[in-house]
Design a protein around this ligand. Structure first.
Ligand code: NAI
Ligand code: UGA
Length: 466
């Protein structure tokens, strides 16, 4: 198990998986999830057609160019395309004849609301339905509010020539960006949400899809639709809560003059707590944790269970407070005002090893500093093209040195290895004042202080007693 999860006995885990069989698969949606899923399924030996409504994405993927930065994806695409088993198209008719159809389209937060926008999932189901044969299985992988699968099945059956012959399973995805390939082919577990008389056949077919990873002992749990949908959002809610817990401790540490890094290290030695996801700092962002906890609250409210999840409001609030705290620290380091100051921001992606800037804490801080009157220059090893496209109003630099030139303060906001490798003495020659604030508690305070920098960090005393 890749993330070192401990495993209690799980009676629902089945055994006796089928032997590998090459299947015909369609994958609808080729974003962070779908592109990786399609390439991995082809690499496992299946024949895959991947469909997206965005022709630019289809063209890039068909030419072997991943439209996103994900470690290993370019190489995997090249390998899979060379076998002839992986094709990309915008034409849903190409899905006809597949044994299994995966729905991997987005479920973003609805504008101005907490709830998830499931319209892409329903649109995908409607487009797919006319091409479904008599005994094909549709498998939802998108993260959806509980109750969505049952509605998707209705929609599929209404639109498909095979009518009630259409089958659906919900098989949520748990991959992390930056580790997407590894997490797809060697996940901690598979969860199959199944329904009705065909449940056994659906499980058997999914076992064929995942025969190779299952053969290595990956746990597989079979549930109903609702439980599978909830497993996914509750896992993300737990992860978000763990991060906000340690960031709440960081707030208290700041008030008490204590050190949250030492605190996390100490409590993490208790196996029941563990060290993972106790990284205090700027908090969580991205296309999943923030929108998933909000959608979860919204759905619980619709179900009349809103009280159960009120704590997630706090989880969200603690998370967002870290961003304003970062701006306050930057202001303090600049002598009480950001007006007319030069701020260098190291990091634009929401996490390292990804070019995803959706709800990026780093860009949020950069924008807030800009609004507070600073001249802000952002650097990122991989996310600059997308950041320039999505936020053309911000200033960017292609090198760390150029971003830091003349800076009054440097903010380290995404913990890329490139930033850990910086020579603080060399960078000191470039800045106006050697002040760095580590928003990810990932730099070595002694190295920076030793080179003559003022080093500050979220949740740690100033100066850090490291
Ligand atoms: N990004 C991640 O790491 C993970 C995402 N998820 C979930 O997977 C789902 C997809 O997420 P991402 O891949 O990040 O989103 P994304 O926005 O990167 O990709 C979605 C893709 O679906 C395409 N699309 C939209 N409507 C379509 C339609 N009707 N027919 C065909 N294609 C259509 C879009 O053009 C886009 O390429 C979401 O529910 C997300 O919560 C789950 C686990 C991990
Ligand atoms: O549903 C999803 O899409 C995915 O969401 C997260 O994956 P991901 O968003 O790729 O990234 P994480 O590694 O979970 O990091 C999320 C955010 O939390 C932050 N984080 C993470 C860990 C930590 O200790 N502290 C912390 O602030 C990261 O910097 C990042 O901004 C989950 O980890 C995946 O299991 C899930 O499949």
């Amino acid at each position: 198990m890749r993330r070192g999860a401990t495993s209690a006995p799980r009676p629902a885990v089945a055994t006796g998986y089928s032997r590998p069989v090459a299947l015909r698969i369609s994958v609808v949606g080729t974003g962070y999830l779908g592109a990786v899923h399609a390439a991995c399924m082809a690499d496992l030996g299946h024949t895959v057609v991947a469909i997206d409504v965005d022709p630019a994405k289809v063209e890039a993927l068909a030419a072997g160019r991943a439209p996103i930065f994900e470690p290993g994806l370019d190489e995997l695409l090249e390998r899979a395309l060379a076998t002839g088993r992986l094709t990309f198209t915008s034409d849903y008719a190409a899905a006809a004849g597949a044994d299994v159809h995966f729905i991997c389209v987005g479920t973003p937060q609805r504008r101005g609301e907490n709830a998830a926008d499931t319209s892409y999932v329903f649109a995908a189901a409607e487009s797919l339905a006319p091409h479904l044969g008599a005994s094909t299985l549709v498998v939802g992988k998108s993260t959806v509010p509980v109750g969505t699968a049952a509605r998707v099945l209705e929609r599929l059956r209404r639109g498909a020539p095979a009518g009630d012959g259409v089958r659906l399973a919900w098989n949520p995805e748990f991959l992390r960006e930056g580790f997407a390939i590894e997490d797809t082919v060697a996940p901690d577990r598979f969860v199959y949400g199944v329904d009705g008389d065909t449940a056994d056949a659906d499980v058997a077919l999914l076992d064929q899809v995942y025969a190779a990873p299952l053969a290595t002992g990956t746990p597989r749990l079979v549930t109903d639709f609702a439980t599978a949908e909830l497993v996914k959002v509750s896992a993300n809610a737990f992860l978000a809560t763990k991060i906000s817990f340690i960031n709440a401790m960081a707030e208290v540490c700041e008030a008490a003059g204590a050190d949250v890094v030492a605190l996390a290290e100490a409590i993490g030695h208790d196996d029941r707590i563990g060290h993972k996801f106790l990284g205090a700092g700027l908090g969580f962002g991205g296309g999943c944790l923030p929108k998933d906890i909000r959608a979860f609250m919204a759905r619980a409210g619709e179900l009349g269970a809103d009280q159960a999840l009120t704590f997630l409001r706090e989880v969200d609030a603690i998370n967002l407070r870290r961003r304003s705290r970062m701006v306050d620290l930057a202001r303090a380091e600049c002598g009480g005002t950001l007006i007319g100051k030069k701020v260098a921001v190291l990091g634009a992606a929401f996490k390292p090893n990804s070019d995803d800037i959706r709800d990026s804490p780093a860009l949020d801080v950069a924008r807030a500093a800009h609004l507070a009157g600073a001249t802000v220059t952002v650097h990122d090893p991989k996310a600059l093209p997308v950041a320039r496209r999505v936020h053309p109003d911000m200033s960017y630099a292609d090198t760390i040195e150029a971003a830091c030139e003349g800076a009054d303060v440097v903010l380290h906001l995404t913990e890329w290895k490139d930033y850990r490798d910086i020579d603080p003495a060399a960078l000191k020659a470039v800045v106006s004042s050697p002040h760095i604030i580590d928003g990810r508690n990932a730099l070595d305070p002694a190295r920076w202080r030793g080179a003559g920098w003022t080093y500050r960090a979220l949740g740690r005393p100033h100066p850090v007693v490291a």
